[in-house]
Design a protein around this ligand. Structure first.
Ligand SMILES: C[S@@+](CC[C@H](N)C(=O)[O-])C[C@H]1O[C@@H](n2cnc3c(N)ncnc32)[C@H](O)[C@@H]1O
Length: 302
């Protein structure tokens, strides 16, 4: 069997209506390529340029076994093979944290050029870091930035530390366990965050693959807005003057707009897909703080 024939076979096997794609892959074809890359230890370009090459029965079997597990366990493929690509880098991925898939990857690759000169950013925080993917990618492409990555989950922090070690970034990335900003004493030029933003009722409706991820990484009260609003309220105390917060709320963007009609949120336009990332300067966050307090008092957490 050639690589191309195996790719077709894997794509067909993955075109099963029980499967949902969205954890670092777009569809069955994309996931078949992810499996091939893993079993052949080759890049997409390498595979595409050698599609006629015959492959060994061991490799074919290894790929088929991964597909069998995927169909049986209904886990994201990233958890089955234990790794996933994000912002052009490979990260270890397992059940301790969500599978990396944030559109913030595009901002990192574009160096946030619509907002500032990245060379002037000296310190950054990836809040709610999970596997560490956002903060580590930021540090990898910008070694001049000192990055803190933090998460409430000790298990996620352990996975993030594994990824820091893997990418040899211990010099400029520090992992800190913290409930939001509780254990964070520094101020930053840039805070990026992909926090939980799913409501309990939406969570119940999600495909099986999401139920294999830690629920702590997905849900938050007040229709999925409580943690995002807490972050907006607290961020100014941890931002330097002229600092920015990039906050992902995904498809909860409309709810956020509706909850704060007086605020004209700036939403990022992504070229490679994705939505729901807003940008706020420290000054804007301070001026809206009364609105955020009012909202949180309705959820009785102030
Ligand atoms: C949507 S996941 C994002 C993970 C990662 N940033 C990514 O893009 O793949 C949200 C993360 O927030 C963490 N989290 C939930 N509540 C938190 C809190 N109060 N303080 C800090 N982190 C929290 C979860 O443990 C989870 O790892």
């Amino acid at each position: 069997m050639t690589k191309e024939q195996l790719f077709i076979q894997l794509t067909e096997a993955l075109s099963d209506e029980r499967l949902f794609f969205g954890h670092g892959v777009f569809d069955a074809q994309d996931e078949a390529m992810m499996v091939l890359m893993h079993v052949l230890n080759q890049s997409v370009e390498g595979i595409l340029s050698s599609g006629e090459q015959e492959i060994s029965s061991e490799v074919i079997m290894a790929a088929q076994q991964l597909i069998t597990r995927r169909l049986h366990e209904l886990k994201p493929m990233a958890y089955i093979i234990g790794e996933v690509s994000f912002a052009g880098l490979v990260f270890k991925s397992d059940e301790r944290a969500l599978v990396p898939r944030s559109p913030i990857a595009e901002l990192i690759l574009n160096k946030f050029q619509s907002w500032f000169n990245i060379e002037q950013v000296k310190t950054s925080l990836d809040l709610c870091t999970g596997s560490g993917c956002i903060g580590i990618a930021l540090a990898k492409y910008n070694p001049h930035i000192q990055v803190d990555v933090s998460d409430i989950s000790q298990e996620a922090i352990e996975l993030a530390q594994t990824n820091i070690d893997l990418h040899l970034c211990n010099d400029n990335v520090r992992a800190i366990q913290s409930d939001l900003f509780e254990n964070l004493t520094s101020r930053y030029d840039l805070i990026v965050t992909n926090p939980p933003y799913v409501s309990e009722s939406e969570y119940q409706e999600l495909p099986q693959e999401y139920k294999k991820e830690p629920k702590l990484g997905l849900t938050t009260p007040q229709d999925g807005l409580q943690i995002p609003v807490q972050i907006m309220l607290q961020a100014p105390m941890h931002l330097n003057d002229r600092g920015y917060l990039f906050l992902e709320v995904g498809y909860t963007d409309e709810l956020l707009d509706d909850a704060f009609p007086a605020i004209d949120f700036e939403w990022v336009d992504f070229e490679n897909g994705g939505e729901g990332v807003c940008v706020l300067s420290k000054e804007q966050l301070i001026s809206y703080s009364g609105e955020f307090e009012k909202f949180l008092s309705k959820g009785k957490i102030l």
